[in-house]
Design a protein around this ligand. Structure first.
Ligand code: GYE
Length: 334
């Protein structure tokens, strides 16, 4: 027992960056509008210790998500944000969750790197009486093990991408897929959505993972170009996020492919994705909103006060096109 405690303590020191982002200086009149009615014992943001075991820093989407959580924590003046970065490794995330359980945080908001393998640690959180909000990607664990999920409908994002290919390739064609992290809710949903709605005259010739990073997409795209000739063997590319899209563009450029030679649809709607539309590389970018901070903390406060929350909170999203990309680019927040 004591050795596992000291292990957890060392892990905390190694992995977990504990940020004291604000102290409870709020008076009753300054309490946020959505704080619970101030009955005796009602908790406010200044009481909140929230654990955010971030999955990594693999993309611009992720950077924006981290910033949204940290900024919202500071703005609301929560007592403590326990933030860590698991570097896309599930075992690191599980260790960080365990450290938060040991610390006795009020709420854990978990963006799971992959869908499977959460049952044990979620059961530990439940047994410790700590509510868990699953953020962004989904988990396959039983719904009784967590309080709610907030994030995008990844299947719908894939379906939206399919609709773009159907519009651009009315006579059919062949596409390749550069997918996200294997086993992640985002990659699973986007792949499924694409296949749900793609017209039967459009074929997916090959699908390879680039793990959602720019760096990993480069060799994968290079290998694909060794096997297939752009224009001849395939006319389109579905890419699961903008970072991988930017990596793929580098490779295509080096191979002499020109903007517009291929129909490319990406996901996220980052500034980089908008720039790729301005430059003529992406024909559509399916929005996925990382700015989840305000909703995460609102849910956390309700859970701290034992109030009911919806089991599923979906973000409202759209599709962006090159036509107004230049105009919108300066307004993009991530
Ligand atoms: O699309 C990608 C990131 O889970 C929605 O993860 C998120 C995805 C996002 O790495 O850029």
């Amino acid at each position: 027992m004591s050795s596992s405690r000291s292990f957890a303590a060392r892990l905390m020191a190694l992995l977990v960056v504990i940020g004291l982002v604000g102290c409870g200086a709020q008076t009753a009149t300054e309490a946020p509008a959505n704080a619970p009615a101030s009955g005796a014992g009602a908790k406010t943001y200044s009481d909140m210790v929230l654990c955010y075991p971030q999955l990594g820093a693999e993309s611009d989407w992720r950077t924006a998500n981290t910033a949204s959580i940290k900024e919202t924590a500071a703005t609301l003046g929560i007592k403590q944000l326990v933030f860590s970065d698991a570097q896309q490794k599930q075992e690191n995330q599980i260790s960080a969750v365990r450290a938060c359980i040991q610390q006795g945080v009020d709420v854990i908001a978990l963006p799971p790197v992959v869908e499977d393998g959460w049952d044990a640690v979620l059961t530990e959180a439940k047994n410790a009486g700590i509510p868990v909000i699953i953020v962004d990607r989904s988990v396959s664990a039983d719904k009784s093990l967590y309080s709610t999920h907030i994030g995008s409908n990844m299947t719908l994002e894939g379906e939206r991408a399919a609709a773009e290919f159907n519009k651009m390739m009315p006579d059919g064609g062949v596409i390749l897929e550069l997918s996200g992290t294997t086993g992640s809710g985002a990659a699973v949903g986007r792949a499924k959505g694409l296949r749900n709605k793609l017209n039967s005259n459009i074929t997916i010739l090959d699908s390879q993972t680039g793990n959602f990073t720019r760096a990993e997409a480069v060799p994968v795209m290079q290998a694909l170009l060794k096997k297939y000739t752009p224009g001849k063997d395939f006319q389109g590319l579905f890419i699961h996020n903008d970072d991988m899209g930017i990596g793929a563009i580098e490779v295509l450029k080096a191979a002499g492919v020109k903007p517009g030679d291929l129909k490319i649809v990406s996901v996220d709607g980052t500034r980089g994705g908008f720039q790729a539309m301005v430059d003529g590389w992406f024909q559509a970018d399916v929005e996925c909103n990382p700015l989840l901070g305000p909703q995460v903390f609102e849910l956390a406060l309700k859970l701290m006060n034992g109030q009911p929350v919806d089991a599923e909170v979906l973000t409202d999203e759209t599709v962006y096109y090159p036509e107004n990309a230049a105009e919108l680019l300066p307004t993009r927040k991530y």
